[in-house]
Design a protein around this ligand. Structure first.
Ligand code: ATP
Ligand code: MG
Length: 876
């Protein structure tokens, strides 16, 4: 069975059990402050488990793109070393939101595996939560045990502890006991030798967990205690790659048809062979795995970068590059070339891979080449560290510096040191690393109290499209503490005019006014688990009262102008540059807007002007806002609305239209494009290979921009004595300036010539040497030129010229070549010696050397000693 068929059968099976098949949510999460990447199928349904929102359907199934490289679920370091953990993998899942529970979940899982997929029943093991005698004091999951006992023999039911059989998404939130299903892929002989039951959950590569059935029934509170969820749910997750391994009769995920084409391609590109030796195999697996994580992430709109999710992606790609560099002996970009095979094998299930292939390749290629040159620089640096080390141990601090500032990986450092017979102070490195981690952890630490619930089951409504104020009541609130913002309160209302950050647009600010006139400031608004959370600097005194909630009108107005302008800009770019332009990110603030898009070259001035004109023409055209707040996705697409890759859309969407621009958008907009007044691009540049960024301003900000420019122009005119035509006046000044520069140069030359003749006249002969030691008034470059010119004219020349500037002294020694070779005099050695007088040091070649120092008072002594040196040396 091909992986395509296996995936389809899973979905068909649950469709047959009345499940709605939904698309995978994006792998990169954009609007959840608690999670960067989807790490389990249940993430996109969190709000249903928590009871914040009621799901319209009670049974759902899907395949979900997951990434486990950060936070609670982080498998990165295992990947490649074992054969069954990936960074990016697909999780097949079925869900019940307050509908069926353990009985059906267990029966259907068994039916699918044994009757549909026909896995040998004797090779399956299941596990059940044994209970815990810790603070939670949980009982054994007897219900699950009894259900399993009616299907499988008791000796294949394993009792598991909290680590394996109690699933929690994070430190807080929904959780519950689970039952895992494990498969034993070993040969008959091995099975008789060692019973499979003893290998379950023992990290055995051929006895692996394939499916986890989680029975959500608790909520973990901030103080660590558990409370019952209002309803019981089922959340299952089956590793698709592991399932394929079991069904395709192979013993490694990498031997399935999901990975084989990738591995084949790596073999072709690198000339290495998979299955030859462990080191090479690991490297090949790492590359085959990581291309998926990186490609899927770029297709979701998350490019590698220096911060946040982008940095995690960059590190994954760098891990692959490093393995390629070190173990596959590839010193040039190559991983990007796998995007083609990947889009061929997975493009049917995930069309974004096909449509974004060009971008994926461009971005990866550039990342690869820049990291490879970092690696090379790092090698040079490492060599200099080795050279300057006093013994054969390299300090951990030094290795950390390489790692931290140049991204030079520690395992590579260790490897190179080992090859060269040096040792690495691992302890010192780890200490430095830990210190850095502690610093960043404490900076990002958040502590949250539990929600204080004031109104149960209250509907929460957003009314901010139509009004900027409302009378509201508090549904719940909690206290949060972060290093950056300090202590804040999060408030949820029964209805709100405040727009929560999303779709690139910042959250609203404003205030709450209580009946007695007390004011509470709202500093930000965000969405979390489908609830609109208002961030306040304090808690209103009477939390049960009614408040007037007021959105900061001015900020909202400016933001709306920028948001509408962003849509017009998007349309303009596609019109002026072509249909390949795709939105890759946007930030809509009150002060400016930022728009990232795919395009291969810098925009010319002409193009920028056209784009600006296009937008301004639509502003002048006074196009009214036409919105449809609830239209089916299908209908919206038929109308030509633009949807973004990596964005999660519901069944119904909102469309925003201004003239020919139609977008799926939840943001706030002006009522008429005429409101924007004017649009002005202020910058254009590159963010990554094939991605450009435009920053622009509108309305008040444009007025301010022109006002400032105008003021500057007046200042310039003033400085130019009220010139009528400042441009002409500046050109005049520039001409004058370059004429003056030429004159000065000539004068300096004449002066140097005069000085040269003067100095030649002052030369004294000491034992056949033409000697002069003197303080002159020239800069370092001038002295050097002068010395070389004199050397060209006078043979057997010895010069020591000193100069003083800004409290510093400089000695320059020149010895003509003939003299240097006859006498053994060495300018470098001489300045080093003489430098002591000026409390400095230096060096150089035998013919010319300089020393700088901070004691000009020592110049005289240095000049005297030079004379002495010349006399004594030659007499010898
Ligand atoms: P393991 O103990 O093997 O790491 P897990 O307990 O972390 O698995 P769950 O969180 O229960 O796994 O996830 C559900 C299923 O997803 C697992 O049964 C497994 O088949 C699959 N899975 C989990 N992590 C990975 C991974 N890193 N790569 C591939 N599949 C995975
Ligand atoms: Mg795991």
């Amino acid at each position: 069975m091909t992986s395509q068929e296996i995936r389809a059968q899973f979905l068909d099976f649950f469709k047959g059990k009345e499940h709605k098949i939904v698309p995978s949510a994006p792998m990169v999460i954009k609007d959840d402050p608690t999670l960067m990447f989807t790490n389990a199928g249940m993430n996109q349904f969190k709000e249903f488990f928590l009871g914040n929102t009621q799901s319209k359907v009670k049974r759902v199934a899907d395949t979900q793109k997951c990434l486990r490289v950060s936070g609670k679920h982080n498998d990165l370091e295992e990947v490649g070393k074992d054969t069954y953990h990936h960074t990016m993998f697909e999780m097949l899942g079925n869900w019940s939101f307050g509908d069926y529970f353990k009985k059906e979940a267990i029966a259907w899982a068994w039916e699918l595996l044994t009757a549909v997929y026909k896995i040998d029943k004797a090779s399956l093991y299941v596990s059940v939560f044994e209970g815990s005698d810790d603070a939670d004091n949980l009982e054994m999951d007897k219900e699950a045990f009894d259900l399993w006992k009616s299907i499988v023999p008791a000796d294949r039911i394993i009792m598991g502890n909290k680590d394996d059989n109690f699933w929690e998404m994070g430190d807080q939130g929904p959780c519950g006991p689970c039952s895992e299903i494990h498969v034993d892929l070993r040969t008959k002989e091995e099975k008789t030798k060692t019973p499979g039951a003893s290998l379950v959950n023992q990290d055995h590569p051929e006895v692996v967990e394939i499916w986890n059935l989680v029975f959500m029934q608790y909520n973990r509170k901030a103080d660590g205690s558990l409370e019952n969820l209002p309803e019981k749910h089922v959340d299952t997750g089956m590793g698709f790659e592991r399932l394929c391994m079991a069904l395709q009769g192979v013993k490694s995920n990498y031997d399935t048809d999901i990975f084989k084409p990738l591995i084949r391609e790596i073999e072709i590109i690198t000339g290495q062979k998979y299955g030859k030796d462990e080191e090479t195999d690991i490297a090949i697996r790492v590359v085959a795995d990581h291309i998926r994580a990186v490609a899927f992430s770029i297709a979701d709109g998350q490019l590698p970068s220096n911060t946040g999710a982008g940095y995690v992606i960059r590190r994954i790609l760098r891990r692959a590059i490093r393995y390629g560099f070190t173990f596959l002996d590839i010193k040039k970009p190559f991983i990007y070339r796998l995007a083609k095979v990947l889009s061929e094998t997975m493009g049917q299930a995930f069309p974004e891979l096909r449509e974004q292939r060009q971008l994926i390749e461009n971005v990866m290629k550039e990342e690869e080449s820049s990291f490879l040159s970092t690696l090379e620089q790092g090698l040079v640096l490492l060599n200099s560290v080795i050279k300057s080390s006093k013994n054969n141990t390299i300090e951990g601090e030094k290795a950390f510096e390489l790692y931290d500032t140049f991204g030079f990986p520690i395992d590579l450092t260790a490897l190179i040191l080992e090859e060269k017979g040096y040792e690495l102070d691992v302890e010192g490195f780890e200490k430095a690393l830990k210190a850095q981690k502690d610093r960043s952890r404490s900076a990002s630490e958040v502590s949250k109290s539990d929600w204080n619930i004031l109104m149960k089951d209250a509907e929460q409504e957003f009314i901010g499209y139509d009004s900027l104020e409302a009378h509201v009541k508090l549904v719940k609130y909690r206290k949060v503490k972060t290093k950056k913002e300090g202590e804040q309160y999060q408030l949820v209302f029964n209805l709100t005019p405040f727009y929560p950050e999303g779709g690139g647009q910042v959250g609203d600010k404003g205030y709450l006014e209580s009946a007695n006139g007390d004011v509470t400031y709202i500093v930000d608004t965000k969405k979390e688990n489908n609830e609109i959370v208002h961030f306040a600097t304090s808690l209103p005194k009477d939390v049960s009262g009614t408040f007037k909630a007021m959105v900061d009108e001015k900020q909202r107005w400016r933001t709306a102008c920028n948001h509408t302008a962003t849509h017009l800009l998007h349309q303009a770019l596609r019109e002026v540059l072509g249909d390949h332009v795709e939105q890759k990110g946007s930030a809509v603030h009150s002060k400016y807007l930022r728009f990232d898009f795919s395009h291969f070259s810098k925009l010319t001035r002409e193009e920028l002007r056209k784009v600006e004109n296009f937008v301004n023409a639509r502003i002048d055209g006074q196009l009214p806002l036409e919105e449809n707040r609830s239209v089916s996705m299908k209908e919206a697409m038929e109308q030509g609305a633009m949807a973004l890759f990596g964005e999660k859309y519901g069944d119904t969407v909102r469309t925003v239209r201004f003239g020919q621009s139609i977008e799926l958008c939840g943001g706030t907009h002006v009522k008429n494009t005429g409101d924007i007044w004017h649009f002005k691009i202020v910058s254009e540049g590159a963010v990554a290979a094939g991605i450009r960024r435009i920053e622009a301003i509108t309305s008040d900000a444009v007025k301010e921009f022109y006002f400032q420019n105008n003021r500057m122009l007046f200042e310039i005119k003033d400085l130019l004595n009220n010139a009528q035509d400042p441009v002409k006046a500046v050109v005049g000044l520039q001409d004058e300036n370059s004429a003056l520069k030429k004159q000065v140069e000539q004068l300096l030359k004449d002066k140097a010539k005069g000085l040269k003749n003067e100095l030649i006249g002052e030369l004294k002969e000491i034992n056949g040497i033409q000697f002069l030691a003197k303080k002159v008034d020239l800069d370092a470059g001038g002295i050097k030129d002068l010395a070389y010119e004199m050397g060209g004219q006078v043979s057997n020349l010895f010069l020591l010229l000193a100069t003083e500037k800004d409290g510093k002294a400089l000695l320059s020694c020149y010895i003509s070549k003939d003299l240097a070779s006859n006498s053994g005099l060495h300018a470098g050695n001489i300045v080093r010696e003489l430098g002591k007088h000026i409390q400095g040091g230096g060096g150089g070649q035998p013919f010319f050397a300089t020393a700088g120092g901070k004691n000009p008072a020592g110049i005289e002594a240095a000049l005297d000693q030079a004379k002495e040196m010349v006399s004594t040396t030659v007499e010898k």
